[in-house]
Design a protein around this ligand. Structure first.
Ligand SMILES: Cc1cc2nc3c(=O)[nH]c(=O)nc-3n(C[C@H](O)[C@H](O)[C@H](O)COP(=O)(O)OP(=O)(O)OC[C@H]3O[C@@H](n4cnc5c(N)ncnc54)[C@H](O)[C@@H]3O)c2cc1C
Length: 393
């Protein structure tokens, strides 16, 4: 029986393990963190296409149960002007809608689903290197000095992937997007928005979004400008109080409840810098392949990174099921996935660039945004949200 090592126990990792099991391939997941960490980014949306891919493995229910339906985004300018309303993926024929879920809940749900199916997930195992063995298999080496060998190695180790570098030492680094990310939760700010409807504000100096959970709790995120010069880790170094002070200052001139939400926040999560990864030339070498953010990361503004990771996992397992030679399976996987994921990354980069224009760009953006929103509403988003993987095909 073929055996795979999966590096990374985030989103793509556990889903790949479950999908491979369906395909008759055994696997073990190795996660760098001692426990499921994964609070960075606080919460995320799993779009209808991601939920549809999870459904192929019967994994959609726990994710939907822990999250809540979020169907629209109201766009607002810093002056309080309503710029338009966008749907987030509409409603699938069976009634499924895009859901928002805490990142820690999503990781835990997927991890527990893998464990329930008897899949081993080892924590505290940071991959440092991997070598192709003489028999065509692969041996992974971990930071703690241990090793593991198998027929295949799947790098699901996220945007700063080590496996990407092992496959191709010249692989590109992620691209810094000029934005940071910080989020939080509060119950006490006064907002009148119905549950499940995102409100996103193109503020005068930064971008802010919030959504009300059915319990009444407000979940929010902000994208303050961030220069690459501040370096990886600079955002992480700020304390909660420092973040609050900085954000209140950034949003002081904007209409709406932003400052009130930030001031009343009881739990602040963050911050991080935002990156994407538009083109990684080599996704595989010999028995090793990368998937999810390790291979192609869309900006968080796309709302699609998690869904792309899930889709990759299901498609890769299907390719390995149908084409047992890794080289043929990896070639088929790349052919099926590369055009789609690169289109999503480009879509995310466009959304992201709207969030941080200069003063002139801001005026033009706010003037043109209502037309853009109408245009987007008229265009079919089916290429993005209507993607379906038929596992039994
Ligand atoms: C602020 C923010 C907001 C976002 N919002 C959204 C959203 O709303 N919707 C959406 O779809 N996506 C969103 N995303 C993107 C989404 O989080 C990613 O696309 C998704 O997590 C990718 O899944 P993955 O499994 O490929 O990688 P990850 O989820 O990053 O998992 C990688 C795992 O690999 C582990 N790892 C790393 N290196 C090693 C190593 N050397 N050895 C072993 N393990 C290792 C990590 O600890 C981690 O657990 C957001 C991202 C950010 C940063």
């Amino acid at each position: 029986m073929t055996k795979a090592l999966i590096i990374g126990g985030g989103i793509a990792g556990p889903v790949t393990a479950v999908a491979l099991q369906r395909a008759g391939i055994a696997s073990v997941v190795y996660e760098a963190y001692p426990e499921n960490a994964g609070t960075a980014g606080a919460f995320l949306t799993v779009a209808v296409n991601g939920l549809d891919a999870l459904r192929a493995l019967d994994l959609h229910r726990p994710v939907m149960d822990l999250g809540f339906s979020t169907r629209t985004i109201d766009l607002v300018s810093g002056t309080g002007k309503h710029l338009g309303t966008l749907p987030i993926g509409g409603v699938l024929p069976d009634g499924t809608t895009t859901h928002t879920i805490k990142r820690s809940d999503l990781y835990r749900a997927l991890y527990e689903a893998a464990r329930r199916r008897g899949i081993d997930v080892h924590h505290g195992k940071r991959l440092v290197d991997a070598e192709v063995a003489a028999n065509g298999g692969v041996t992974a080496r971990f930071e703690d000095g241990t090793r593991a060998a198998a027929d295949l190695l799947i790098g699901a180790d996220g945007i700063h992937s080590r496996v990407r570098r092992v496959i191709d030492p010249a692989a590109p680094d992620p691209r810094h997007l000029g934005l940071g990310n910080v989020g939080g939760f509060t119950r006490t700010a006064a907002v009148r928005t119905p549950a499940g409807a995102y409100v996103m504000t193109f503020g005068k100096r930064a971008f802010f979004g919030y959504v009300v959970h059915p319990s009444g709790e407000i979940w929010w995120f902000a994208n303050p400008p961030s220069t690459q010069a501040s370096g990886r880790g600079a955002q992480e170094a700020l304390t909660s109080d420092q973040w609050k002070a900085r954000l209140i200052d950034l949003f002081a001139d904007d209409a709406g409840p932003t400052v009130d939400i930030i001031r009343s926040t009881t739990e602040l999560v963050g911050g991080t810098d935002q990156y994407d990864l538009p083109k990684v030339p080599a996704w595989y070498r010999g028995p090793m392949i990368i998937i999810g953010d390790a291979a192609h990361a869309a900006s968080p503004s796309s709302g699609q990174g998690a869904s792309m990771a899930v889709e990759d996992a299901v498609v890769l397992a299907k390719c390995l099921r149908d084409l047992p030679e890794p080289a043929a399976a990896f070639t088929a996987f790349e052919r099926l996935r590369r055009p789609r994921v690169e289109r999503v990354v480009a879509f995310g980069a466009r959304s992201s660039s709207n969030k941080a224009p200069g003063p002139v760009g801001r005026v033009i953006r706010d003037l043109l945004m209502p037309f853009f929103v109408k245009l987007i509403a008229l265009q079919s988003q089916d290429w993005l949200f209507g993607y379906h993987i038929d596992w039994n095909e």
